[in-house]
Design a binder for this molecule. Structure first.
Ligand SMILES: C[S@@+](CC[C@H](N)C(=O)[O-])C[C@H]1O[C@@H](n2cnc3c(N)ncnc32)[C@H](O)[C@@H]1O
Length: 191
């Protein structure tokens, strides 16, 4: 009995570890997905266990998705919050979840992935939320997104001041902020 209880506890810890979005976070992303157009070639920068990736893919709005992530706790950000955190389990879960979908997985930094990417309609940034990283991700996104494409991302909120600072420096303010604190900017690079 004790062994079963221990096993159940371990499973619960793993499930908790792999959940990135609560209900409110999920609803905001659904609104964002309803907002974006159809027939997208997109990249998600920061996919974790694939919760948001799966939502993009299940919307039927995405023809091809490039999933970019290092699956690595390079600054121990996750271990600080969840001591049992293990990125190898996160990546395995991502791979398992993605089996039914046609994606291109790029296990690398966004800057290293640029050469493998075509022009994109839509880029969703949800990787490292520190200012310098978000700034680099937006700089790289601007190199790859089409003239009238969309750049978007997560955590435009007070818990992630680096996201707010970087987004505002580039764009003034986002065109839309969703209830999960996703931000979105429609580009018009030609004007
Ligand atoms: C907040 S999680 C992504 C959550 C996911 N979008 C979701 O909503 O389910 C952040 C992810 O970014 C990745 N990451 C952190 N720094 C990165 C970097 N410099 N380049 C690429 N990925 C990075 C981490 O490995 C982690 O999986």
């Amino acid at each position: 009995m004790a062994r079963i209880r221990l096993l159940v506890r371990k499973i619960k810890i793993k499930i908790m570890m792999l959940k990135m979005r609560g209900n409110s976070n999920t609803e905001g992303l659904i609104d964002l997905i309803n907002y974006i157009p159809d027939n997208l070639t997109m990249a998600e920068v920061g996919c974790y266990a694939g919760e948001s990736t799966k939502m993009f893919l299940e919307s039927n709005k995405v023809n091809l998705l490039y999933a970019i992530d290092i699956w690595e706790d390079e600054m121990d950000n996750f271990k600080k919050i969840r001591p049992n955190h293990d990125f190898s389990i996160v990546e395995k879960t991502f791979d398992e979840t993605m089996k039914e979908f046609n994606i291109i997985k790029l296990k690398m930094r966004f800057s290293d992935a640029l050469k493998s990417l075509p022009e994109l309609d839509f880029i969703y940034i949800d990787a490292n939320h520190d200012y310098e990283f978000v700034k680099d991700d937006i700089t790289n996104a601007l190199k790859k997104v089409k003239d009238c494409g969309i750049i978007s991302g997560h955590d435009y909120n007070n818990q992630s001041p680096g996201v707010i600072r970087a987004v505002n420096e580039f764009f003034g303010e986002p065109d839309v902020i969703f209830s999960d604190s996703s931000w979105l900017v429609k580009l018009n690079k030609k004007t």
